[in-house]
Ligand binder design. Structure first.
Ligand code: ADP
Ligand code: MG
Ligand code: MG
Length: 908
């Protein structure tokens, strides 16, 4: 043993091998179980089989892996037997086990837990005698067969319309007995269920349920390792950027029982509110229940605290008398245990210095903690908890900043219902406010259909009795999720919060009929395809379509942003084309405009006429005539931008897209254009044909336009300089930066810079005043990056156009990549979509090299980025490291970029 690898780590009262730092080896659950043992929290003893064993399993197969761990597992079980004073496989007083998976990162519901392992036809009798509770023993046994049958033996529904085969057997028996709840079934009924379950297994699989506890154990351990490689686990890892190579650990733990009667219970608790972030202990529990009952949404759980219980009752429209009688809180029902739980939660939060999500079981008046982890939370809760923990002195500024994942700030910018539209809304049901935001869409009942219809451009609400991990893709596609069953910790609620998706769960009045594809509430029937709306912050369900409105930013958000600005080095600018965009950008904290695409101004109203007139002109004189009209319009726009951005730089790019984008390609459009311009349709057609290009993105665009039609650059330069002077006259501090796009050789840049400087000098002479301005270039062709030293001698700034740079470096266009990129990502050709997150090793290298070359030629050359990547957190980190001065992104991503920039600075 001494030279072989340690695969099994024990935890218990007499010995604990692992601790919280060992997540890579023991998984999150195993590491934290060990840590809880170390700090004196009551945890049932167990052992953890390491992720290294999973790797052996994946690489060398089941036999090799089981051979490698066998002896250590045997010794581990012997340790458990000693700790618990019971023997595994003993039929008089059996030691029963739970087998639980646990990866490094928590993956809710992704892997399946098996409870009560070790029971068989003999042991169930022993358990019944020992506990003096026959019903409990048979209930535990039937649960075990059900879980094992599902997870290890693979007994699943045959068709998607079907329910779980075991649940069908239960439903049939309940109907026969005329009862509603599982708890109303007698010991005899449960015995009957066991017989029927076993018959079902034999009929469907052709072999028997294993009676031998060791066979059960090895089967369960193997199933956990297999589940690491099942489709839904793989999908979850894909969605959450978790490497497939990490592997999962297996936790084998002695059982404690929450289903031993009225003094037993099981539940889930949070040290703070996972939805709002409020510093309030909360959670749910069920009396006389086991394991997954709370999250499965089969019974309505009760609240742990009195205050939580009262809040719940108000939302659920339950009066106080009924609440106190039928749904009392744990605080009222078992005050002593409530006290112990409160102590455990505060110890755990203080120890881990983060909001804890805990699972517990009470066995006949004794509290056991079964799990703790840093809780998942909404974006809003993330921000509030980080800022409050900072104020409470639990964490420091840097930690607070690192606690918020930038992408999740999106949740705070979540839509809410438009108040006016809401007045017309009719509430048809209420559920729990499981995940905030407002959503409106057409009803679908199946996850795969939610996905399909969303692909077709529809907005859908996924309505389910309850959700399960198979529904993940559909949930991710839907605008919102409504479930009839389940509490705040049900699968739907947890997953929706993780996705930042609006969800109302446990709307008990909703009856879902999958076969008829309807949902009924009272006598009202809602068919598939009908519109409904959800408020995930209040739990309300409305009929019809209700307009939504973007959210406003709260106090903690502002504090977080101020903190981010304090720690970040990168400036964050916005891509904004109009004064309105610019105003929004400033409200999100943009420190300037990194990209104004002048052509976006060309599409509005009469402007497009002038643009088209320019395009149709046969000679320079005609073009100048049309451009004169555009000058006035552009000057006005730029002046507006400069005034909004008072005190901040504004980068204005010269005309960039190929001219064909400004003319209609369909016959009707061309006819209209002909009549508006008073020319023949034939002439329009001819010009449109002239403009046709085989690869427009590699065609007549960017500075190539300004070089072939210098009068366009002249007009734009004049518009910028005159606007700057005008804005300054009206009191604004103006910092114009004129940017030449798509430069590949320094001669192109020089030619355009000459035009700009000449026009600027003319304007200054005409007006008798001057203003400081810069002329720089976009680096967006690979050649531009390669010769950045020669360009850097001439250009006063670089702005990396990483959209084009990616497209030209990779050799595929963003618009066409959709045909193969998804499959490429699946097959691992690229780790991520290079248009979403910058390809650091390839395209990024060009950026890095161009910065170095440019700065070697011109000390302190201003360098920024204005592609989509400027708002991607991972890319922002990269741009920080290569020494850019700023990133620029769409206004709504500015807060995300600010936080990402701060995190990059902290990580160094
Ligand atoms: P998940 O990762 O899906 O949360 P867990 O491994 O935590 O799965 O197990 C699910 C549930 O099973 C737990 O919440 C707990 O209620 C129950 N459970 C797990 N281990 C034990 C145990 N040793 N004794 C009693 N119940 C257990
Ligand atoms: Mg758990
Ligand atoms: Mg470009």
């Amino acid at each position: 043993m001494s030279t072989s690898t340690q695969y099994v780590y024990l935890f218990g009262s007499s010995r604990t091998d692992g601790d919280a730092t060992m997540k890579n080896l023991l998984g999150g659950k195993g590491a934290n179980l060990a840590e809880m043992c170390r700090i004196g929290i009551p945890v049932p003893s167990g052992l953890t089989i390491s992720t290294e064993a999973c790797t052996v399993y994946t690489e060398q197969g089941r036999d090799a892996a089981l051979a490698a761990i066998r002896d250590q597992v045997l010794q581990g079980i012997a340790f458990l037997e000693k700790e618990m004073g019971k023997r595994f496989g003993d039929s008089a007083d059996p030691l029963l086990l739970s087998v639980r998976s646990g990866a490094r990162a928590s993956m809710p519901g992704m892997m399946d837990t098996i409870l009560n392992l070790g029971l068989n036809d003999e042991a169930v009798q022993g358990l019944a005698r020992k506990a003096g509770n026959e019903r409990f023993a048979w209930d535990s046994y039937r649960r075990f067969i059900q879980m094992y049958g599902d997870v290890v033996m693979g007994l699943k529904p045959v068709k998607k319309e079907d329910h779980d085969p075991f649940e069908l057997v239960i439903d049939m028996l309940k109907e026969k007995r005329g009862v509603q709840l599982d708890t109303e079934l007698s010991a005899g009924d449960l015995k009957e269920l066991v017989a029927r379950f076993k018959a079902l297994i034999r009929a469907r699989l052709g072999h028997d349920f294993p009676n031998d506890p060791w066979e059960q154990l090895w089967g369960a351990v193997s199933a956990v390792f297999d589940s690491w490689n099942n489709d839904r686990a793989k999908l979850y890892r894909e969605l959450n950027d978790i490497p497939q190579s990490w592997g999962t650990a297996v936790n084998v733990q002695s059982m404690v029982f929450g289903n031993l009667g009225e003094k037993s219970a099981t539940g889930v608790a949070f040290s703070r509110d996972a939805g709002t972030g409020e510093d309030l202990f909360n959670g749910e529990f069920l009396v006389n229940a086991q394991g997954e009952d709370v999250v499965a949404g089969i019974r309505t759980p009760q609240q742990i605290t009195l205050i939580g219980s009262r809040r719940w009752a108000e939302l659920a429209m339950v009066d106080e008398a009924t609440r106190a009688a039928k749904y009392p809180s744990l605080e009222e029902l078992m005050p002593d245990l409530y006290g112990q739980l409160l102590k455990a939660e505060s110890t755990l939060e203080a120890h881990f210095k983060d909001m804890q999500d805990m699972e517990f079981t009470i066995q006949e008046g004794r509290l056991w903690m079964l799990q703790t982890r840093n809780g998942k939370r909404t974006g809003a809760a993330m921000v509030r908890i980080a800022m409050e923990m900072l104020e409470q002195g639990i964490i420091d500024e840097k930690t607070a900043l690192q606690r918020v994942s930038p992408e999740r700030l999106n949740d705070l910018l979540h839509p809410v219902f438009d108040e006016h539209a809401l007045r017309t809304g009719k509430i048809i049901a209420r559920g729990l406010p499981a995940s905030p935001g407002a959503a409106t869409g057409q009803i679908v009942f199946f996850a795969d259909e939610a996905e399909e219809q969303t692909k077709k451009g529809m907005e859908v609400i996924l309505v389910r009795q309850e959700t399960s991990p198979e529904d993940l893709r559909g949930m991710s596609a839907a605008k919102g999720i409504l479930t009839a069953r389940g509490g705040m910790t049900s699968h739907a609620a947890v997953v929706a919060r993780g996705m930042g998706k609006c969800c109302v769960s446990g709307a008990g009045a909703v009856h879902v009929d999958y076969h008829a594809r309807t949902m009924s509430i009272g006598s009202e029937v809602y068919k598939e395809g009908e519109w409904i709306s959800l408020n995930g912050s209040t739990g309300e369900v409305f009929s019809g379509q209700i307009a939504t409105r973007d959210a406003e930013l709260s106090g903690d958000f502002g504090k977080l942003m101020a903190l981010a600005d304090k720690h970040k080095r990168l400036e964050v600018r916005a891509n904004a084309d109009t004064p309105t965009d610019a105003r929004v950008a400033r409200s999100f904290g943009a420190q300037g405009i990194g990209l104004c695409r002048t052509e976006h101004m060309f599409f509005e109203g009469e402007r497009i006429l002038a643009v088209r007139q320019m395009i149709l002109s046969d000679d320079e004189a005609g073009r100048r005539n049309a451009l004169a009209k555009l000058l006035t319009l552009q000057r006005g726009d730029f002046e507006g931008l400069f005034r909004e951005m008072d005190g901040f730089p504004v980068v204005i790019r010269l005309l960039d897209p190929p001219l064909h984008e400004f003319v209609p390609h369909d016959e009707a459009g061309q006819r209209q254009m002909a009549s508006e311009m008073g020319v023949s349709l034939a002439k329009i057609r001819m010009r449109v044909d002239d403009l046709h290009e085989f690869n427009p993105m590699l065609g007549h665009r960017g500075c190539r336009l300004g070089i072939t039609y210098p009068e366009i650059t002249e007009m734009q330069a004049r518009a910028v300089i005159e606007a700057a002077l005008n804005a300054r006259k009206r009191g604004a501090t103006v910092m114009p930066e004129i940017m030449v796009p798509l430069v590949g050789t320094v001669r192109e840049f020089n030619a355009q810079a000459e035009v700009i400087h000449r026009i600027a000098a003319q304007v200054f002479a005409e007006r008798g005043e001057k203003i400081y301005y810069m002329v720089g270039t976009m680096i967006e062709t690979p050649r531009g990056a390669l010769v950045a030293d020669s360009i850097g001698k001439q250009a006063q700034f670089f702005s990396f156009g990483t959209n084009d740079l990616t497209q030209m470096t990779m050799g595929f266009s963003r618009d066409d990549a959709g045909k193969f990129l998804p499959e490429y990502l699946k097959k691992g050709m690229y780790e991520q979509d290079p248009f979403r997150s910058i390809d650091q090793k390839g395209v990024g290298l060009l950026v890095q090299m161009a910065v170095e070359k440019g700065r070697a030629a011109r000390d302190k050359l201003e360098c920024g980025v204005c592609g989509e990547h400027g708002g991607d957190p991972a890319s922002v980190g990269f741009f920080h490291r290569v020494g850019l001065d700023y990133v620029s992104c769409s206004p709504f991503r500015v807060p995300i970029a600010r936080l990402a920039a701060a995190q990059a600075a902290i990580e160094g």
